[in-house]
Ligand binder design. Structure first.
Ligand SMILES: [Zn+2]
Length: 347
């Protein structure tokens, strides 16, 4: 997101097959005639492309909870089934929100009836526990299963540097960008599962990255894959050099300031980056002064500027590969763009 579009996992297609599986189940349930009681044989027909062993595990190996949810949906009134079907189909169209100019909007999952709640639990169970280690989904070939760790392993650079905060990732979390509590149709959608660090995952929590009541729900929101933040903000230090360093992230295009503010709110970046950059300006000038002395160059504005520019190029090359390189490159850009900061260093 900060470093460009978060790329596809090479296992994207495997996960899309899970979405197909969810869709077939939900639509088949909503189409069931009244008084039909689904059982394992019914599910085997619905999922005839998937191995029987998986269907059996799905049906029996959850203390009957999934079977109970399935039967609750089957028994629901037509109006409730219509609501489940419509919500599911609309949520799957989430990408259209970012195409721009569209008045299309997606609903939060309805929670008013027992069948709607059951459908939410059923859909989310595909992610947890079904995607986790002891479980997994059947692959096209034989008995091999596809698990959450396989999906994560396919993100290469994103696994090392968090696309949300630019810090190093110790333990990769999978963030549901649109939270699964409100968007269970996207609980296993590969475009909604973003590898990130533990802190960003926790800070974001269940915050909704869209405005549910607005006509254009995503006008003021970015998306890690569909609308990344790369090159859309700059970092400013307030004051430029001081014992307490506050920072501000401001949009390069002023019309995007609200989206940048929302992004900042979602991940608490100014607090985190501010702490990382505290004292950085003072340190920068003292290091560069030492370098100039070492090379016998006079401390002129031009020499300071050249050295800072070189550092900025180095940091830019490390962006997305080294922790906080993007933040440092942005900070150096701020130093270079400030009218007085460099001039003040000259005695
Ligand atoms: Zn992070």
């Amino acid at each position: 997101m900060l470093h460009g579009r978060v790329r596809n996992s090479k296992r994207r297609v495997s996960l899309l097959r899970v979405v197909v599986m969810q869709r077939r189940l939900i639509l088949s349930l909503c189409d069931l005639p009244p008084r039909t009681r689904p059982n394992q044989a019914w599910l085997e027909r619905v999922w005839h492309n998937w191995p029987r062993s998986f269907v059996e595990r799905f049906w029996t190996n959850d203390k009957g909870k999934r079977a109970k949810w399935i039967r609750k949906i089957a028994k629901a009134e037509t109006a409730e089934k219509d609501s489940i079907r419509a919500s599911f189909e609309a949520q799957l169209r989430f990408k259209e929100l970012f195409d721009g100019g569209s008045s299309f909007s997606i609903p939060k999952w309805p929670n008013s009836s027992a069948s709607e709640k059951a459908a939410k639990s059923l859909l989310n169970s595909f992610y947890n526990p079904l995607f986790y280690e002891a479980n997994g989904f059947p692959e096209r070939k034989a008995e091999v299963t596809f698990k959450r760790s396989d999906f994560i392993a396919c993100f290469e650079s994103e696994r090392k540097i968090c696309p949300y905060c630019d810090n190093a990732v110790q333990l990769t979390k999978l963030d549901h960008y649109l939270p699964k509590d409100s968007f269970p149709a996207l609980s296993c959608h590969p475009d909604n599962l973003i590898p990130c660090c533990t802190d960003s995952n926790e800070t974001k929590g269940t915050m909704l990255p869209l405005d549910p009541a607005e006509r254009n729900q995503v006008e003021h929101w970015f998306h890690p894959r569909l609308r990344p933040t790369k090159d859309r903000f700059r970092i400013e230090l307030i004051p430029a050099i001081g014992p307490s360093q506050e920072i501000r992230v401001s949009a390069i295009d002023a019309s995007e300031q609200k989206a940048i503010d929302n992004f900042e709110k979602m991940f608490g970046l100014t607090k985190f980056w501010g702490a990382e950059l505290a004292g950085e300006a003072g340190l920068l000038f003292s290091e560069i002064e030492d370098e100039l002395k070492e090379y016998g160059e006079p401390k002129t504005e031009a020499n300071l500027r050249t050295r800072i520019e070189k550092r900025q190029i180095r940091e830019r090359l490390k962006t997305g590969k080294t922790a906080l390189a993007l933040v440092r490159a942005e900070f150096l850009g701020f130093v270079l763009s400030d009218k007085n900061l460099i001039a003040q260093q000259i005695p």
